[in-house]
Each structure stands twice: as C-alpha cells, then as structure tokens.
Design a protein around this ligand. Structure first.
Ligand code: UDP
Length: 264
C-alpha cells in the first residue's frame, strides 16, 4: 500500500512552511498599463497575472447591446509557458468556464445599469501558475475595475480553501491540490455586503468540514480585501502627490511670468 503523505507536520506547518490558515505572499500593483482604463499586476505565491480593463465602451456589433445595462466580458487565459507542460494556446473548456464564472462574480458588484449599450472588457492573462490562478485573476480584476473608476457596490475578494491529507487548509498550492483526498474550493465574496459571488468545489467533503472550510475561506477573502484596499489607497496617494507637484509647478511658472511682466 502506498505510504500516506503528511501535508501538515507536528508543528502545524505545511510543506511550504505555511500554517493551515495562512495565505501565500501577495503583491498587488494597480495602474501598470497606459492604454487600459484600469489595470493590475498581481503576484500570489508563484501565480503571476496581468489584468487590463477597457470600457465601458460601445458594445459592438450593435445587436449584442443591452439598452438596460452594460455587458461584462471576462477573458481568462493562461500563457503557453505558464504551466509545467506547454499549454495549447487555444482556449479550452477550463478557460471558457473560468472566464464565465469570474465574469458573473464581477457583474454582481458593478453598477451595470449606469452604462446601457456598452461593454466592459476585462482581460486576465496568467504568466506563471501554481494553483489558485482563477482567484488571483479575479482579485486582480476587481482592483483593475476600481483603478478604471468603474462604479462598484463593493470590492470582490477571492481565495481558495480546501483539504489536503485530511487537513482543512487555506490557499492550496499545486502539491496540495494534487493530494489523493484533495478538495479545492475557490470562492469570492463582496466583503462589505457579505455576499458570496463565486463558490466552486472540486471533490467531496462532509458537511461539518465544509462549514469549517467555508469559514476559513471567508477569513482568507477578508485578508485579500485588506490587501486590495491598501494597494488602491497607495496608488491614489501617489496620484494625489503627482497632482500636487503639477499644481505647484504650474503656480511657480505663473509667479515667474507675472514677475517678468511687472514694470521695473
Ligand atoms: N494547470 C496546468 N495545466 C492546465 C491547467 C492548469 O498545469 O492546463 C495547473 C496550473 O498550475 C493551475 C493548477 O493546475 O494553477 C490548478 O488548476 P485549476 O484548474 O484547479 O485552477 P486554479 O487552481 O489555477 O484556479
């Protein structure tokens, strides 16, 4: 019989040194693309994602337009080199499904009715991966939407939770996702409204364990929410600083011009 793997040691640490309720390191950088209305580059452990938001812009061809609201198009794509074995560049069933569920999660948060006949296009590209790419793409896309100034009812914050080797663990890595008894549960919430906008589950769990996992997942999403807010606040402080510098420069120029125009 195959030897049973240990995913959490006697000190309560996982194979990558994390505690069971610990997220991988997350770095969020908004406003990285000049041509996009909003953008975000995010690293979540080994996962690396770039997101560009375009619109709201006229939905074309015209017959797809909805006079009552904006359409949301969410594209999730993995680069051929983002996985251990070259990925076929053609979007597969998995990418189409992830695009659909993530788009629907964000639709719940956007004030769509304010932009009739338009489309909001969200492109998310994965450059490196180690499980949890859909929740990385979703969290980064929510930051990019805020960066684009698109009015939202709430942020969308995401993370995955599940089971490996009998333990309920937050933010599974690929090794944990491949455990024989693995359960992977990607989820996303609107943190202030306390609404679940994405909940998927791969594998089976008893009800008690499911609630334990779900509560841990909510806790993970709330931590991601804090990081999303911090990244956006930092960005707005930078914008404010740049604007103040521009105003000061313009003021100095006007003072100089006024002095030069003064009678001697
Ligand atoms: N993966 C892969 N090839 C693929 C799709 C996924 O090697 O075609 C890897 C990738 O590292 C991904 C992980 O499997 O992060 C888990 O994929 P899953 O479908 O569970 O989605 P994710 O956890 O990334 O949202």
């Amino acid at each position: 019989m195959a030897e049973e793997m240990t995913y959490v040691n006697s000190d309560g640490l996982r194979l990558d040194g994390r505690k069971v309720d610990e997220l991988r390191e997350i770095k969020i950088t908004p406003s990285v693309l000049s041509r996009a209305e909003g953008s975000c580059y995010m690293e979540w452990g080994q996962n690396k994602v770039l997101v560009g938001v375009y619109g709201p812009r006229e939905a074309l061809p015209q017959h797809i337009q909805d006079p009552t609201k904006a359409l949301v198009s969410f594209i999730y794509r993995m680069a051929t080199f983002s996985v251990s074995e070259r990925k076929n560049p053609r979007p597969g069933r998995r990418e189409i499904e992830i695009s659909k569920v993530c788009g629907e999660a964000l639709e719940a948060a956007i004030f769509l009715e304010r932009f009739p006949n338009t489309t909001i296009d969200i492109y998310t590209h994965i450059f490196d991966s180690n499980a949890g790419t859909r929740v990385t793409a979703l969290a980064a896309a929510a930051v990019a939407l805020a960066d684009a100034g698109i009015p939202m009812k709430d942020m969308v914050s995401s993370c995955a939770v599940g089971r490996a080797g009998g333990n309920i663990v937050l933010d599974l890595n690929k090794y944990e996702e491949d455990a024989p008894d693995a359960v992977d549960m990607p989820m996303a919430i609107m943190p202030r409204k306390k609404e679940v906008v994405l909940l998927q589950m791969d594998g089976l769990m008893e009800k008690k364990q499911w609630f334990e996992a779900f509560n841990l997942g909510v806790q993970g999403c709330m931590s991601v929410y804090e990081m999303q807010k911090d990244a956006l606040k930092k960005r707005y402080l930078e914008i404010e600083k740049d604007a103040m510098q521009e105003i000061e420069k313009a003021g100095a120029k006007m003072d100089k011009a006024a002095k030069e125009g003064e009678p001697q």
